[in-house]
Ligand binder design. Structure first.
Ligand code: ADP
Ligand code: MG
Length: 694
C-alpha cells in the first residue's frame, strides 16, 4: 500500500490549478504517460537547461548571440512603411542604441509595451545587421514591476507540440507546491559528507535554478536525485536477490551420462568460458540455494549450448527443465535443433507456443504433467497457468531484455525451488550490470568459438544500391544467402512494413522467387514459412524488418545488408551483424546509409567497422548515448531511469549498492518508513511486496 503521504504526488496532472483536461492530455504526451500523467511525473520532468538573465551589460559592452538584459529608454517608433515590413522600435542607454524588430506584430501591443520615453528592460539576443545592433523579437519586454518578478535564471523544459515553456513552468510550480514534505531516507552523515541537499530542496533547485550550474548533471541537486533513484532501484534488486536466495532450493546433481553424450557428439571443443559458465551453473543447481543467474555472451558465443548441457544435468537428476525464447520463431528454432539431438541422447523435448492446436497442446500438457517431457521449449506461453510440470527444477530464459523482473519471479513460482538462468546476447557494459542485473549472479562468455572468421564490414551510401544488387548477383551464384534488413523507421508500423514490402518487390525484379520476406505484421504461420524457406536454403535473400534481430541462426547466410544503417543503434547493428559469420564462408556486412550522416551515426558506423567485440561496442554505445544527450537529443539516460544518467552518475551506483546492502542487512523487510516511501516514489515497491509475501 502506498503511504498516504504520497497521494498528492500520484494525483493526475490535470488536477493541478491551471491545467485543464485539454492541457492535461498534452502533459500525458509530454511526460509519456498515455494512461494519464501524474504530479510526480511533472516534478521529475527536470529542465534540460536554463536561460541566464543576470547578464545586464551596457549596450556598448553587450556581447552578440547570447542572452542579455538591457536597461534602456524608448526613443522612437518606426512602424512599417510597407505592409509586410517589420515594426522597429529604437531604444538606447548612455553607451549606444539598439533597434528592436517585430515582424507581423500587433501595433497596439507594441505601443502599449514600449511607450515613448519610458524606461524598460529588454531581454534577448543582440545581432548586428547592416552595421547596426538589433534584437529581433525580444524574449522579454519588462517594466520595473515585471523586472522584479523575472527569475534571474529561467528553466527550459522539453516540450511537446501545443505546450509552451510558460505552461510547463507554471504547472511544475503548481506541482512543487503540492509536493509533501518527506522524511529523509539517506544517512544524514552521507549527505553532509557529499554536501547534498534534501529531496525537496533538490527538486526546488532544479525547477527554480539560481545559476545555470544548478542544472548540470553533476550539480548537488541532480546528484541527490540520481542517488535517490539508484538507491531505490538497488534496494529493489537486493531484495529480489535476497528473496530468491532465501527460497529453499533443491539440489539437482547430474551424473553426466546425458551431457557426456552430447559433448561427444559435438564436432568441436567447448570454449574456455563455456566450460567455466557450465561449471558455475552446475554448482548453483547442485546447491540447495536458489539460483538467479545471468549468462551474458555475444551473439554466437555459444550460450544455447551452455543452456542445453546444464539442462541435461537436471534431466540426469530425474527432473524437468524449461527453455523460454522471446519469439515463436526462436522457440521453434531451439526446439527443432534440440529435439533430434535429444532422441539420440535420451532427452524428451516438448514445445509450447501461443499457436499450438488445442489437441496438440493438450497432449503436450498431459505429457509434461506426467513427467514424460524432460525439457519444455516455448515462448512466454510457458507462464500460463495451465502449464503444469511434474517437477520443474531449472528454467532458462533466452534473451532477457524482453522479460522483466516480474516474469523472472513468476517463473520461480512454476515449480518447487526453480533455479533460473537468464541469457542475454546484449553485452552489457560493466557499469550497467549492477543497474539492471544487481539481483543476479553473472557468468560471461567472453571468448568466441574457435575458427570464427571476421565479418568484413563496409559502409556505402544508399545511392550505390545498384552496385550492391550486382554484388549480390555474383554472391548468389556462388551459393551465398543474404539477409536484407529494413529498419523500423516510422512510429507507424504499416509504413515500415510497406518499406520492407517495396524493397522485397524491387529485389524480386532481379532475383525472382529466390527472395523471401518476413516482417512483424505477418501471420505467425506465414512468418515461420518464410523463415523456414530461408533456413532450408530455398530462398536466397531474406528481406526482413528487425524481427530477425534476435537469435536466428542460419549458418549458410554470409551477407548482411542493413538499409538505413544510420537509424539503428550500435547494439542493434551489432546484433544484426552477428547473424552472419557463423558458417564456413567469409562473411560481409554492408551498411547502407543515407547521407549526410550525423556525428553520432558516423561514429557508430566507424565503430562497427573497427571491432566485432560486443563488449567494446556496448561501452562505446553507452558513451555515444551520453554524447547524444549533450547533442540535445531527447533520447538520453537509461531505460527505466528518469533522473539518473549512468555516464555521469555511474560512480554513484556502487554507493547506492553499498547503502542498499547495508540497509537490508539491518532491516531485511524494509520496515523503515522513509525507505518505503522512497521505493514508492520511484515505483519499485513491487520488490518489497514480494519480500513480505514470501
Ligand atoms: P548464441 O546463443 O550465444 O548466440 P549459439 O549457442 O546459437 O550462440 O551458437 C552459435 C553457433 O556456434 C551454433 O551453431 C553452435 O553449434 C556453435 N557453437 C557453440 N559452441 C561452440 C564451440 N565451442 N565451438 C564451435 N562452435 C560452437
Ligand atoms: Mg542463442
Amino acid at each position: 500500500m502506498r503511504p498516504d503521504l504520497l497521494n498528492p504526488l500520484f494525483a493526475p496532472v490535470s488536477a493541478l490549478p491551471g491545467v485543464g483536461p485539454k492541457t492535461g492530455k498534452l502533459f500525458d504526451r509530454l511526460l509519456d504517460r498515455p494512461a494519464g500523467a501524474r504530479v510526480l511525473d511533472l516534478v521529475f520532468h527536470i529542465p534540460h537547461s536554463s536561460i541566464d538573465r543576470r547578464n545586464r551589460p551596457a549596450i556598448s559592452q553587450a556581447p552578440r548571440d547570447e542572452i542579455v538584459t538591457l536597461e534602456v529608454r524608448v526613443v522612437e517608433h518606426r512602424p512599417p512603411s510597407r505592409n509586410k515590413g517589420p515594426y522597429r522600435v529604437l531604444v538606447e542607454d548612455e553607451t549606444g542604441d539598439v533597434s528592436l524588430v517585430f515582424f507581423l506584430a500587433n501595433h497596439q501591443w507594441i505601443e502599449r509595451m514600449l511607450p515613448l520615453g519610458a524606461k524598460r528592460w529588454i531581454s534577448g539576443k543582440l545581432e548586428l545587421w547592416e552595421g547596426h545592433l538589433q534584437m529581433v523579437h525580444p524574449d522579454k519586454v519588462l517594466d520595473e514591476e515585471g523586472l522584479a518578478k523575472l527569475p534571474p535564471v529561467e528553466p527550459v523544459y522539453w516540450l511537446t507540440e501545443g505546450l509552451h515553456q510558460r505552461n510547463v513552468a507554471k504547472a511544475a510550480e503548481a506541482a512543487l507546491a503540492r509536493a509533501p514534505a518527506l522524511p529523509e531516507w539517506h544517512d544524514e552523515a552521507a549527505l553532509s559528507l557529499r554536501k547534498l541537499p534534501d529531496f525537496a530542496q533538490a527538486l526546488a533547485t532544479l525547477h527554480r535554478p539560481q545559476t545555470p550550474k544548478d542544472l548540470e548533471p553533476d550539480s548537488p541537486a541532480r546528484v541527490r536525485l540520481a542517488l535517490d533513484e539508484l538507491l531505490a532501484s538497488q534496494l529493489a534488486l537486493v531484495m529480489t536477490r535476497a528473496r530468491f536466495r532465501d527460497l529453499p532450493g533443491r539440489a539437482s546433481v547430474g551424473d553426466g551420462r546425458i551431457s557426456d553424450k552430447i559433448l561427444n557428439s559435438l564436432p568441436f571443443e567447448l570454449t574456455g568460458s563455456q566450460t567455466g559458465a557450465i561449471a558455475e551453473i552446475r554448482a548453483d543447481i547442485a546447491s540447495t540455494k536458489r539460483m538467479l543467474r545471468l549468462l551474458q555472451g555475444d551473439v554466437g558465443s555459444g550460450k544455447t549450448l551452455v543452456a542445453l548441457l546444464t539442462m541435461a544435468s537436471v534431466v540426469e537428476a530425474g527432473r524437468q527443465a524449461a527453455l523460454m525464447a522471446p519469439t515463436e520463431i526462436l522457440a521453434r528454432q531451439h526446439y527443432e535443433r534440440m529435439a533430434p539431438l535429444g532422441e539420440s541422447v535420451g532427452i524428451r523435448f516438448g514445445l509450447i507456443t501461443g499457436r499450438d492446436k488445442a489437441s496438440e497442446r493438450n497432449r503436450t500438457l498431459a505429457a509434461l504433467a506426467a513427467g514424460e517431457i524432460d525439457i519444455l521449449v516455448g515462448t512466454h506461453a510457458v507462464f500460463q497457468e495451465s502449464v503444469v510440470f511434474r517437477d520443474l527444477a531449472y528454467a532458462v530464459v533466452d534473451e532477457q531484455h524482453r522479460f522483466g523482473v516480474h516474469q523472472r519471479l513468476a517463473l520461480g513460482e512454476k515449480g518447487e525451488a526453480v533455479d533460473v538462468l537468464v541469457m542475454t546476447a546484449t553485452p552489457i557494459p560493466r557499469t550497467l550490470v549492477l543497474t539492471y542485473f544487481g539481483d543476479m549472479d553473472v557468468s560471461t562468455l567472453r571468448d568466441k568459438p574457435a575458427g570464427r572468421k571476421p565479418v568484413d564490414t563496409r559502409a556505402l551510401p544508399v545511392e550505390r544500391i545498384d552496385e550492391v544488387v550486382e554484388g549480390l548477383r555474383r554472391a548468389l551464384d556462388a551459393g551465398a544467402q543474404v539477409y536484407w534488413v529494413c529498419p523500423l523507421v516510422e512510429e507507424n508500423e504499416e509504413l515500415d512494413v510497406a518499406a520492407a514490402q517495396e524493397r522485397y518487390e524491387l529485389l524480386q525484379q532481379f532475383f525472382g522467387d529466390r527472395v523471401g520476406l518476413v516482417h512483424g505484421k505477418m501471420k505467425g504461420r506465414d512468418k515461420d514459412a518464410a523463415m523456414e524457406a530461408f533456413q532450408r536454403n530455398e530462398t536466397k535473400i531474406l528481406v526482413a524488418t528487425t524481427v530477425i534481430e534476435v537469435g536466428v541462426d542460419v549458418p549458410n547466410a554470409s551477407i548482411m545488408v542493413i538499409e538505413h544503417a544510420e537509424r539503428f543503434g550500435l547494439a542493434q547493428l551489432h546484433q544484426l551483424r552477428g547473424r552472419v559469420g557463423r558458417g564456413a564462408a567469409k562473411s560481409t556486412c554492408l551498411l547502407l546509409y543515407k547521407a549526410p550522416l550525423g556525428e553520432v551515426s558516423r561514429a557508430r558506423i566507424t565503430i562497427m567497422r573497427e571491432t566485432e567485440d560486443g563488449f567494446r561496442i556496448a561501452e562505446e554505445d553507452l558513451r555515444l548515448r551520453g554524447e547524444g544527450e549533450i547533442l540535445g537529443s531527447r533520447q538520453s539516460g537509461l531505460p527505466g531511469f528518469r533522473l539518473a544518467s549512468l555516464d555521469v552518475h555511474g560512480p554513484l551506483l556502487a554507493v547506492a549498492r553499498e547503502e542498499a546492502t547495508r540497509i537490508l542487512a539491518a532491516d531485511p523487510e524494509l520496515n523503515n518508513e522513509a525507505l518505503r516511501i522512497l521505493l514508492h516514489l520511484f515505483e519499485r515497491e513491487e520488490a518489497a511486496r514480494l519480500v513480505r509475501a514470501g
